[in-house]
Ligand binder design. Structure first.
Ligand SMILES: [Fe+2]
Length: 390
């Protein structure tokens, strides 16, 4: 447990401080100037007047319970536990194997200029295996599946998109194993055509020029040709490869399809694709928090994205996406590990038990849906900055 810490804040510094008044401040006549238990940010507008009043009454300091920020070590420690093989639904080893295989397929196409059916068969088997993981634990699979690794972006991105696409599809069509398998395999293969994009464009450590972007925009069609050549026949897999850059408004590529003309599997993959791209760490950009990425996707719902899929993303991940660090109404600080259906403000959280004499505190999972006396008090930030070392 990480308790809040009581600080004595000089009255002139109150405007720049954060926290809750720990002890009420009263005037010489006993009139309350600052009540206890109230967040000092609420007094922002009247702070000048309040400070003046406190000075007149000889008050120099205010005791404030400042929420203690987690140190980087605390965050790493919590995240390491959330992503540990012990609790992970998709293990790091499996994620690593999938990423490695996507890497092998891409490089083989690039080097030998051919795609063999056994390569896509292996990808399909991996997709089926990931689907079983998603079906076994649909609520936390997404939060535990996401992997970040800047150097192997395309391969890691394929893995993340496969997991997130499957996760969203399972929310829309719960338990539909066959559909899930095709959409997860589609996610793994969605950027197959990038194996034919010149490597200096693909790995350019900066945004692309117009010409480079034109070249990049060929990848969905190239991907479809490669998949067909390797014997892929499923229409949903082909639709994901072909249509994941189409936009609801008709302004996407390569076919400028619009609205419901874009196959649903591609509309789901489009949300997963952009979400992973926004939250990824690249050489030229820091990762965006999941919360901000969802908010951007919602803003573009009905223009870029299918509103239903974008809403599903919000509902399933919630207002506090996995990885959010939040403080609870009882002052404890915890990390959100998964959303909770339509109850956007009551996700499943994880906190650490207090350290005992001779052992580290172990993680405790609490479903806030079942804890009506406990709620999230404040969003403190996100823990997406980590490297997971795969
Ligand atoms: Fe793509």
């Amino acid at each position: 447990m990480i308790d809040s810490k009581t600080l004595k804040i000089p009255i002139d510094a109150l405007g720049e401080s954060e926290g809750v008044v720990a002890q009420e401040v009263v005037s010489k006549k006993g009139v309350v100037i600052l009540p206890a238990g109230v967040d000092i940010s609420l007094f922002e507008a009247s702070m000048g007047m309040l400070v003046k009043k406190m000075r007149e009454n000889g008050v120099e300091f205010v005791k404030v319970n400042a929420p203690q920020q987690l140190s980087d070590d605390d965050i790493e420690d919590i995240i390491a536990k959330v992503y540990s093989d012990e609790g992970a639904i998709i293990s790091k080893d499996k994620a690593r194997d999938v990423v490695k295989h996507v890497d092998i397929v891409f490089n083989s196409i690039r080097d030998e200029d051919e795609i063999r059916p056994e390569m896509v068969n292996a990808m399909s088997n991996m997709g089926r295996d990931l689907t079983e993981d998603l079906l076994r634990n649909p609520s936390v699979a997404f939060s535990l599946g996401k992997v970040q690794e800047a150097d192997e972006y395309t391969f890691v991105h394929s893995f993340n998109v496969a997991v997130l696409t499957g996760f969203l599809a399972n929310r829309i069509y719960p338990g539909d194993r066959e559909y899930l398998q095709t959409i997860v395999i589609g996610g793994l293969m969605h950027d197959l055509g990038k194996s034919k994009v010149p490597i200096d464009i693909l790995n350019k450590p900066a945004p692309l020029t117009t010409d480079e972007f034109t070249e990049m925009k060929r990848h969905p069609n190239i991907g479809v040709s490669l998949a067909l050549k390797a014997g892929v026949q499923d229409k949903d897999i082909i639709a994901v490869i072909s249509g994941h850059h189409e936009k609801w408004s008709g302004m996407g590529y390569p076919n400028k399809k619009r609205g419901l003309d874009i196959p649903e599997s591609a509309r789901i993959a489009a949300v997963a694709d952009v979400f992973d791209a926004l939250t990824a760490k690249r050489v030229y950009k820091n990762p965006m928090s999941s919360r901000n990425a969802i908010s951007m996707i919602l803003k573009d719902a009905g223009v870029h994205f299918d509103t239903r899929v974008a809403r599903e993303m919000l509902v399933s991940i919630g207002l506090y996406p996995p990885g959010s660090i939040v403080s609870l109404s009882d002052g404890r600080i915890c990390i959100v590990v998964s959303g909770n259906g339509k109850d956007l403000v009551r996700p499943v959280i994880m906190l650490k038990e207090p350290k005992k004499k001779d052992r580290d505190g172990s993680p405790v999972f609490i479903d806030l849906k079942n804890e009506r006396d406990l709620c999230i008090d404040k969003y403190l930030g996100h823990g997406d900055k980590r490297e997971l070392g795969i």
